[in-house]
Design a protein around this ligand. Structure first.
Ligand code: FES
Ligand code: FES
Length: 204
């Protein structure tokens, strides 16, 4: 049962996958636990619970965060996207499709975090952000190609205990190609960027 608001709890509204969810939480509740334990959004996985594995990665205002180190109360007013929200209806996000087509997983436990992270990586790269693997980081330098080294560096916060890294790198590259093609065609590559502004309401 939801706790009553008090000095240690707050009633908050989270905007998750285009839907407003109202809940009361202890101030110490992580975003990960709020998603999984309170809102039944169990696609986001708990691996280490201490910020080291990336299994719990979600998007906050389209930037990736590890939800196990994020407080639910701090996410109020932000646009939260979990793995449940990256597809458009029955149409998978291109990165999801690439993971399927290229076997970018084995047990799949790390996969939701990998996919959320990859979606943000592709946007970060398309926006010209350098990484630690980028040779020329001078202002005005041409954006680096998204090489396998760039992908490995940018995805290094997401661990895969099955060791499916070879296929994961290929899947991220395929997803980036789809993103570039959609951009060139003047389309969004779906997912959080193109979600309808209509926000549904739901209380727990
Ligand atoms: S569960 Fe959050 S980083 Fe491992
Ligand atoms: S697919 Fe099993 S942990 Fe990555």
């Amino acid at each position: 049962m939801a706790p009553e608001p008090s000095s240690t709890t707050s009633a908050i509204t989270l905007n998750i996958n285009g839907e407003k969810r109202h809940l009361s939480v202890d101030h110490r509740t992580t975003l990960l636990d709020a998603l999984r334990e309170r809102l039944d959004l169990t696609g986001t996985k708990k691996g280490c619970d201490q910020g080291q594995c990336g299994a719990c990665t979600v998007l906050l205002d389209r930037r990736r965060v590890v939800s196990c180190l994020s407080l639910a109360v701090a996410a109020e007013g932000r646009e939260i996207t979990t793995i449940e929200g990256v597809a458009e209806g029955d149409e998978l996000h291109p990165v999801q499709q690439a993971f399927l087509d290229l076997d970018g997983y084995q047990c799949g436990y790390c996969t939701p975090g990998q996919i959320c992270s990859a979606i943000a990586v592709i946007e970060e790269h398309a926006a010209g952000w350098p990484s630690a693997a980028t040779d020329d980081v001078r202002p005005g330098a041409a954006p680096p190609p998204l090489t396998p080294d760039e992908i490995r560096e940018r995805m290094s916060g997401n661990l895969c205990r099955c060791g499916a890294y070879v296929s994961i790198v290929r899947a991220v590259a395929r997803g980036a190609e789809a993103h570039a093609e959609a951009h060139a065609a003047g389309r969004s590559a779906n997912g959080p960027a193109s979600r309808s502004a209509a926000v549904k309401e739901a209380a727990v």
